[in-house]
Design a binder for this molecule. Sequence first.
Ligand SMILES: [Zn+2]
Length: 252
Amino acid sequence: MSIRRSALAVGLTASLGAVACGATTTTGAVSPAPIVTETTSVASTAASTAASIAASPSPTPTAPPEFTSKITKVTRDQVKYSWRPGCPVGLNDLRMITMTYWGFDDKAHTGQLVVNASVAEKITSVFEKLYDFRYPIKRMEPVDKYKGDDYASIDADNTSAFNCRAATGSTNWSQHAYGLAVDLNPRENPYVEADGAHAHSNADDFVDRPLKKPGVINADDRVVKAFASIGWGWGGDWTGTKDYQHFSQSGR
Ligand SMILES: [Zn+2]
C-alpha cells in the first residue's frame, strides 16, 4: 500500500496518546460513507474509509476503516524500560509501527509495535493481512507500558514485539531483544511446556490445539501463513515446549 511505503517519517515522534485497546481510540467509529481518500495523510490514524467492496469480509454492512500504518524512529523515552545500553540492538535500529488492528469488539483500533528497523515494513505487511482477515487482537501496546515486564504484558493479553530480555528459561537473549519476534494474543496463545504447564491461569482454556476460538492460532492457519510469507517461523511448531504466541525471523 502506498500509504505504508511513504510512511517512514524518520525522526517523527509518534503521537503516543490514545492507542490502548479498550481505552480511547481514534478509529473506533465506523464511517457510514465510503469516502475513498487514498491520501498520504499517514499521520492521521483515523483511517480514511474505503469500501473495499469485492474483497471485504466485513461482518457488518458498513465498511470498516482502511488499514493505515506509519513507521517512525523510536525515542529513548518510548523505550525507557525495555531498552538500555548493552542491548543487542541499538536504539537507532528500532522502529515504532503505529497501525490499525481489528479488535475482539469487531471494531478497528490503533496499536503500536516496536520492532527491528530491518523488518518494520515486512511486519506491517503481515499485520495488514491480519487486519484484512479480521483476525481479532486484544491489545497492542509497547511493552514499556508494562515497564518492560513481560509477565504483566502477557497477563494483559498484550501483543508486543521488542523487549530487551533473555529468552524464557534461558540466559541467552530472546529474539525479542533484537526486535525480531512478535508475541500475538498471548492469552489465547500461551507458552506451554511439554507437560502442559503454563504460567498464566487466564490462559487455562487455551492450552490445547487445535482449538477453534477467536484469536487462537492453529497449525498452518492463515495467521501462521501470513508470517510464513515473510519467512518467519511459529513457536507452535516447536517440539516439546510450544510457544503459540511467538513468531520470529529465526524461527527460534
Ligand atoms: Zn515471544
